[in-house]
Write a protein that binds this ligand. Structure first.
Ligand code: URA
Length: 246
């Protein structure tokens, strides 16, 4: 990636604003050259909690991509099916090595049927580009496939009923790394109550394939709290290093 491109991506993330005493180019160079944090210890995710009969042996565990997409599109497992415009299955390259997991569709996603297409999605695209990834190169999905009304937090029961779909997406995709954005997604995938500030900068693993999983802040949170973008940039570099390590 050329330094001009990197400057553009860092600008898009708002990262140039922190080092006011140097020129933009020098700041970009210093951020780009900053040491990648050493990947921390491997943290195994907690054992999956006991699940009810509804999700213990989901039929979708054997579905291929088209079957799964159709199953999600017609799902009425929880009350969110009554208020959605449409389901938001996921988008991206089915050969992707990177899987990005968010929380749930918002209003824009509910309208367009694609994850991360609103303002948070624009920032997510910039975050990915900052580590050399095009949106088209990765796969993007959410824990929930339907929008919660008024963008409220998903209820544990809703997440529990929807997660088998994401489990199957992960099994079909077989990503080399998962980048999990935000508290809700991280807590649901790692079966923890810990906050992002505690979970970030560690290598967790997901599922029987022990997919390396890195947690960072949700782009919507970063839009509200731009001072945290610096930490997100550290997390992105960390994830890139974990991926490179294989
Ligand atoms: N926030 C999310 O977590 N997912 C989306 O798809 C959009 C916003």
């Amino acid at each position: 990636m050329s330094s001009a491109q990197r400057q553009e991506y860092l600008n898009a993330l708002g990262l140039q604003t922190w080092t006011l005493r140097t020129s933009g180019a020098a700041v970009a160079a210093s951020i780009a050259a900053s040491p990648v944090p050493t990947a921390g210890p491997l943290v195994e995710s907690a054992a999956a909690p006991a699940v009810g009969p509804e999700v213990a042996a989901p039929r979708e565990a054997a579905y291929d991509w088209p079957q799964l997409r159709e199953r999600v599109a017609t799902c009425t497992r929880c009350g969110l099916s009554a208020t959605r415009t449409q389901t938001v299955f996921g988008v991206g390259n089915l050969q992707a090595e990177w899987l990005v997991v968010g929380e749930a569709p918002g209003a824009d996603e509910d309208r367009q049927g694609e994850p991360f297409v609103g303002r948070a999605g624009q920032l997510l695209n910039s975050m990915l580009r900052a580590i050399g990834l095009a949106r088209e190169q990765v796969y993007i999905a959410n824990v929930l496939k339907c929008r919660p009304p008024q963008n409220r937090d998903p209820l544990p029961k809703e997440a529990g009923q929807c997660l088998p779909f994401l489990d199957r997406q992960i099994a079909l995709l077989r990503p080399k790394i998962m980048l999990v954005v935000g508290r809700i997604a991280a807590q649901n995938l790692l079966h923890t109550d810990a906050k992002v500030g505690t979970l970030r900068q560690q290598v967790h693993t997901f599922g029987p394939a022990h997919v390396p999983l890195v947690v960072t802040y949700h782009p919507a949170y970063l839009l509200r709290s731009p001072a945290e973008k610096r930490k997100a940039w550290e997390d992105l570099k960390f994830a890139r290093e974990v991926f490179a390590r294989g």
